[in-house]
Design a protein around this ligand. Structure first.
Ligand code: XMP
Length: 264
């Protein structure tokens, strides 16, 4: 797979290969105080960083923390550990609001953002995708979410007479992610058949990121066999008795010598 001009992917691959890890930690921390949350995130990054390819930050931290001080500090720490930082906000708005949002994310130091393709391209995601490319940031598109109800939305059948070889809403999003020059797709580990189908559609042109491991029932090995590249894990590691041991064991059992797709 060529990632010419796709700097986020190049950095992510470098980090994954340096750590022999395809695991992305969801920093979904629960706590009362702002500083307690920030410091816990930083100490987890230091403690677990050697076994990770990246970290993902969601509203658990984005809402209580200050974006340009606390979150920025978390991004700095992650970069010092050689980790990429992904903002999981499933952004879904008109272009001007999307650009305002990502301007804060990029200033805080994020490397990539997860967006919702339902916003569409013109007047929706196009300016963000173009701006991200110029700034060497990544845009990852939701292809099929990990929760149970996703099958009633992402899995909706489409009229095949309107769309050539596309039979579900998810497949349409996958095809759009390719057309729009996105940097990756999120497909829940809980839907390995969809991962397989997505891999067939995208070939080695886009990496697949899979949340839904462990707590939501997804099996990391099954997801990898189906074609996923990166495993997103939160509670399965954060709530483990020994997070480092749990992560380390997951890293080892999911890092085969031959990694497909994400090689440059
Ligand atoms: P757990 O604790 O279930 O956390 O390992 C998963 C993390 O990933 C987020 N999540 C998703 N993010 N598309 C996404 O972009 C999805 O389909 C999806 N499913 C879960 C979740 O919010 C948490 O941060």
């Amino acid at each position: 797979m060529s990632h010419q001009g796709r700097k986020f992917l190049q950095r992510l691959i470098r980090s994954a290969e340096a750590k022999n890890s395809r695991v992305i930690l969801a920093l979904d921390l629960l706590g009362k105080g702002r500083l307690e949350l920030r410091d816990r995130a930083i100490s987890l990054i230091r403690e677990l960083g050697e076994d990770l390819a990246a970290v993902k930050v969601n509203f658990h931290l984005l809402l209580p923390l200050s974006i340009l001080s606390d979150v920025k500090k978390i991004c700095v720490e992650a970069h010092e550990m050689g980790l990429q930082v992904i903002a999981d906000i499933k952004l879904n708005d008109i272009a001007s609001t999307n650009l305002l949002t990502t301007s804060y994310l990029w200033r805080a130091g994020f490397d990539a953002v997860i967006v919702n393709p339902i916003a569409g391209y013109e007047g929706g995601l196009q300016p963000l995708l173009e701006d991200a490319r110029i700034r060497e940031k990544g845009v990852i598109i939701l292809g099929y979410m990990s929760h149970f109800g996703a099958q009633y939305t992402y899995g909706l059948p489409l009229n095949s007479s309107l769309y050539d070889r596309i039979s579900t809403l998810s497949e349409l999003f996958v095809s759009r992610a390719l057309d729009w020059g996105a940097d990756g797709l999120v497909i829940g580990a809980t839907y390995p058949k969809t991962i397989k189908k997505t891999r067939q559609i995208v070939g080695d042109r886009l990496p697949i990121f899979s949340p839904g491991i462990a707590t939501q029932g997804g099996d990391p090995k099954v997801a990898i066999k189906a074609g996923t590249d990166f495993l997103i894990v939160g509670r399965g590691i954060l709530e483990a008795k020994d997070p480092l041991r749990t992560l380390s064991s997951l890293r080892k059992k999911t890092w085969p010598p031959k990694i497909r797709v994400i090689r440059e």
